[in-house]
Design a protein around this ligand. Structure first.
Ligand code: ZN
Length: 688
């Protein structure tokens, strides 16, 4: 899951947070049309026609199996109802593992198109299974039958899915729910389309362009004696960090915060009203209650309590950080008060003058081969595993690497993974871990081993030179590899609760914890090697990198508190909320800089219609829990194989079979504490 989906805006960029690739929870192929099966058993070399045929045939088979099971007498519970259903769905996932993911990674467009169609058909199949009243009936009966931890977790997931989809409603109400879900989906798509299709711009003068990087100006269209600047995610940072004219920055910011416009405000209000009606229909008080029912936080009140407590600690720090920048602005001769459009510019000036970390100089210390080898070493040592390259790789593209994973203590095979690290035409454009196949115990008792991949887009090397990574690239790789280990070392027996199929607001916590490794001086030395001299990163450079990281923690994270609070309040205030008024009211309370009058920032907040509705708090939530887990390594040492093995047993192995609160208690040996998070962002702990 990529780290880049945290709301990027004109506010400081926070790292961490992954897209919901889990919806794609991908699937594997039994070698139905295989010539020579690879070690993984997944067949990658398929034609568009084979994909279409195979997909159709397998979905039809699974549908028929489920139909037969549905017709069993009422009262069939776990063994005769739910378990065979779970097997039928998992068999389908396995059979179509390659087809489910090739849409994003295949080399040729015809294969990508055929596979994308298959993914859509699989998604439709999944929706039908989730809304099947017979399956909900099996699950409800099974609740009184099962005692084993994993069985109970599996039953619980099916009960939740049935309830959330409306499978338990009478026919008339189910029809109503379906209509509401369909309308909601249309409104959400229209909101996103508005954002992707509109192309707002501002004009700047020749003088105003002089402070911008020449490489940036070279991309702008000339107009009269000046330039036209497109206002979007990709220009926001280079422009706002470097534009010296406060007036130009203000024009940009106003345009940026007006994206989506009144049409999107209307759509957002409609989405909130539809969600509220759906929540009531499905038996919940609010949409937030509906969404949190299947999360670790469980209730909106618990999520809001965390946000409020963190905000109380962070906002004073944010004000202090801004005061430093305001003094810089004054000292520079600009007497106007510090405003929201000034923040990034002066923060960048502070970074340059005080810390002077040259990203290009840092890159020279991170050649790709060194980083991969060192990251492997760290995970091997920490988690008691060994990785071995399989040559030649059996994969979907020529430069993909394939590895096996072995457990060192037992010598047993654990699973496989792939690294597909460089750009190709038509390939997935971010950097993420894709679970290709879940592990599980097959009905025969045999254990099926998991397969995962990291799909990325590292910069290609210049001819004759090794490819070099930024520190941020290195952190991303380490983060995604943490997800890969979650998907490899789980021992949960069912696909539905395997690996990183944990509660959605916990899934990032392990990888957010692991990012800490790439900020430890000892580890940074271990993963770095200057491309000419072979020397590790110098102490002085490491010190500056670490200091620079924390310079905007208060502003950065109080902003995240604001987004989370806005989202949660919007989705727990009934059907008639005014999205704009709520934004302005809350921004006055929770932000150093309130919203700019006349703008409509919520009209451009795609997360609210992109699957993070009543879920945005999850970024901060999982970071708080991730930092608490890290406190165990801070105590025992980031190279402690003893703590690493406890982490593997208590957090990674259970997957979704144990609730996160319980796993955390097992690992920490105590209740969760916010203190490590407060230390991480440089604030003292609050009175209890
Ligand atoms: Zn992630």
């Amino acid at each position: 899951m990529p780290r880049s989906t945290l709301r990027r805006s004109l506010d400081p960029i926070a790292i961490a947070g992954c897209a919901a690739l889990w919806a794609l929870w991908a699937l594997w192929a039994q070698p139905a049309h295989a010539a020579l099966p690879a070690a993984t058993g997944i067949t990658w070399n398929v034609t568009p026609q084979q994909i279409a045929d195979h997909c159709k045939q397998r979905i039809a088979e699974a549908t028929a199996r489920i139909k037969t099971l549905d017709e069993q007498p009422a009262g069939a519970g776990f063994g005769k109802g739910l378990l065979p259903i779970e097997s039928a769905v998992a068999d389908l996932s396995d059979a179509l593992a390659a087809e489910a993911v090739l849409g994003q990674i295949a080399v040729t467009k015809d294969v990508r198109d055929a596979a994308t169609k298959c993914s859509e058909d699989l998604a439709d199949f999944g929706v039908k299974v989730g809304a099947d009243p017979a399956i909900l009936a099996f699950a409800t009966t099974a609740r009184d039958e099962v005692t084993a931890t994993a069985d109970r977790a599996l039953v619980q997931r099916y009960v939740e899915a049935g309830r959330r989809s409306g499978a338990g409603l009478d026919a008339a109400k189910r029809k109503q729910a379906t209509a509401l879900f369909e309308r909601l989906s249309k409104v959400q798509i229209a909101f996103q389309r508005e954002l992707s299709e509109e192309t707002p711009t501002i004009a700047i003068t020749h003088d105003e362009a002089t402070s911008l990087p020449p490489s940036f100006v070279a991309t702008l269209k000339a107009k009269g004696s000046g330039y036209v600047v497109p206002v979007n995610e990709s220009t926001a940072l280079p422009f706002m960090k470097n534009e010296a004219s406060s007036a130009a920055r203000k024009r940009y910011r106003v345009a940026y915060d007006s994206r989506g416009g009144p049409a999107n405000v209307k759509r957002l209000a409609e989405a909130v009203a539809l969600r509220d009606r759906l929540a009531h229909l499905l038996g919940f008080k609010t949409w937030a209650d509906y969404q949190l029912d299947t999360k670790m936080a469980k209730t909106p009140a618990r999520a809001m309590a965390l946000l409020a407590q963190v905000d109380e600690a962070l906002l004073p720090k944010a004000r202090e950080e801004v005061a430093v920048l305001a003094a810089m602005k004054r000292d520079g001769g600009d007497k106007a008060p510090m405003a929201s459009w000034d923040y990034l510019y002066f923060e960048n000036q502070l970074q340059k003058s005080k810390y002077a970390v040259d990203e290009e100089a840092v890159r020279r210390y991170f050649p790709v081969q060194k980083v991969i080898a060192a990251v492997f070493q760290i995970y091997e040592h920490l988690l008691g595993v060994r990785f071995e390259e399989i040559k030649p790789a059996d994969a979907w593209a020529p430069d993909v690497l394939e590895y096996s994973i072995t457990d060192v203590a037992s010598g047993k095979a654990v699973g496989w993974f792939y690294l597909d690290l460089y750009p190709r035409a038509g390939k997935y454009e971010h950097f993420a871990m894709f679970p290709l196949r879940a592990g599980r115990v097959l009905p025969s008792g045999e254990v099926q081993k998991p397969v995962s991949a990291i799909i990325g887009n590292w910069p290609l090397a210049e001819p004759g030179k090794p490819a070099l990574l930024t520190h941020d690239d290195v952190i991303t790789f380490f983060h995604e590899f943490g997800h890969l280990m979650h998907n490899s070392l789980s021992t949960a027996p069912y696909e539905t609760i395997f690996g990183a199929n944990v509660r959605q607001d916990f899934v990032e916590a392990p990888s957010q914890m692991l990012e800490n490794w790439m900020w430890q001086p000892s580890v940074l030395k271990q993963v770095s090697s200057e491309v000419d001299t072979g020397q590790p990163l110098p102490d002085e450079l490491i010190r500056k990198m670490i200091e620079a990281k924390h310079v905007d923690d208060g502003v950065r994270w109080s902003r995240q508190v604001f987004y989370g609070t806005y989202d949660m309040t919007l989705h727990s205030s009934g059907a008639h909320v005014d999205p704009t008024r709520l934004w302005f009211d809350l921004s006055r309370k929770l932000l150093v800089f309130p919203a700019i009058p006349g703008t409509l920032p919520e009209a451009g907040f795609g997360h609210l219609v992109g699957g993070y509705d009543a879920g945005y708090y999850g970024y901060l939530w999982s970071l708080v829990y991730g930092q608490d887990m890290f406190s165990e390594f801070a105590k025992g040492g980031v190279d402690s194989a003893e703590v690493g093995m406890r982490y593997r047993k208590d957090i990674l192995e259970p997957g979704g079979s144990i609730e996160p609160d319980v796993m955390l208690h097992n690992f920490l040996g105590r209740d969760v504490s916010y203190e490590p998070f407060y230390e991480y962002v440089g604030i003292k702990k609050l009175a209890p």
